[in-house]
Unconditional design. Structure first.
Length: 325
């Protein structure tokens, strides 16, 4: 089975899980504006969270917002760094269960491998709310995130508008293979490219959301393809910034675009080093997950899925995002 076939099968599985979970509960759009009010029924609860990593700015933003929310609402909160390893995250979930948490927040590294985390929580009778990245398990209590397919579509459409032509060559830098964001953002990119047969993907590979890995990958691509590379489409900002470092080191000027709206990306849009970034609301996602967890613990009605829209950061509006975090 080819890598491309495997990716399509995994993306289809994720889509089926999303459809199945929608049938189990309503789907809502949730927008967080940073305003904070005490959440009824939260005080005194014990909530644990495992993040697939706490070494990227986006995940640290979620954790920082969760700590602030917990302090404001009188909640005992403890978070764990999954170190990009599904087995580590399962061990952390088992620790939280043993510690008697009331609810678990799961930011899974792998859509399939982290299914065991959901099974463990379900068996223990503890609500488990997914956030930001998805997991293939219909026992997941609820999910809060953003539509990653739309983000892939957003950045590909923006790049085409920027290039002002329908025929050029791109390289695509992907997230960790098998993670829902990687699968769905690539699906979005490919959705757009179906209508543009003369835009060619010269190469695509993972850099695992890492700036340094993306820089190394881009160096290899520059050596291999040189001036044939017209644009870089990256599934997150860290990797777009790493690619840009490699490009500038060769005194080249290849447009780059990413996703997340991290601090350095906003600065790069201001300076022209990146053409745009699709902002993902870390605070909105984790706050929505925590508030959903409280409702689950208190047997209140809750939305099975909460969707927070992406927002494109451009040279025209970057100032609006400079003080987001």
């Amino acid at each position: 089975m080819t890598r491309k076939t495997m990716k399509k099968m995994m993306a289809t599985t994720l889509t089926m899980v999303m459809i199945g979970s929608t049938a189990l509960g309503s789907t809502a759009v949730f927008a967080a504006d940073g305003a904070s009010e005490k959440v009824e029924g939260a005080e005194g609860l014990n909530i644990g969270a495992t993040y697939y990593t706490l070494q990227t700015e986006f995940c640290m933003r979620m954790d920082n917002a969760a700590q602030k929310w917990a302090e404001e609402n009188g909640v005992k909160y403890k978070s764990y760094d999954g170190n990009n390893d599904a087995a580590t995250q399962l061990s952390q979930v088992e620790t939280m269960i043993a510690d008697g948490v009331d609810a678990i927040i799961l930011n899974p590294q792998d859509a399939d491998a982290c299914s065991a985390c959901v099974d463990a929580a379900d068996e223990a009778g503890i609500p488990i709310v997914g956030v930001n990245t998805m997991v293939n398990n219909d026992k997941l209590t609820a999910y809060v995130g953003s539509q990653d397919v739309s983000a892939g579509e957003d950045i590909m459409k923006y790049m085409i508008d920027y290039m002002k032509k329908n025929a050029f060559n791109i390289v695509v830098i992907e997230g960790p293979m098998g993670q829902s964001a990687q699968l769905q953002r690539m699906e979005g990119i490919e959705n757009v490219l179906k209508d543009y047969p003369d835009i060619q993907i010269l190469d695509q590979n993972t850099a695992n959301w890492s700036r340094s890995e993306a820089m190394t990958l881009m160096e290899t691509w520059i050596t291999t393809y040189g001036d044939d590379i017209d644009a870089v489409v990256s599934e997150n900002d860290e990797m777009a910034l790493g690619a840009r470092e490699a490009i500038e080191a060769q005194n080249m000027d290849i447009p780059c675009i990413g996703i997340d709206g991290i601090t350095d990306a906003v600065a790069a849009v201001e300076s022209g080093k990146m053409i745009a970034s699709d902002f993902q609301n870390a605070e909105g996602q984790i706050t929505g997950a925590l508030e959903t967890a409280v409702k689950c613990v208190n047997n209140e009605d809750y939305e099975k899925e909460l969707w927070i829209p992406f927002e494109m950061i451009t040279p025209d509006n970057y100032k609006d995002y400079q003080s987001k975090y």
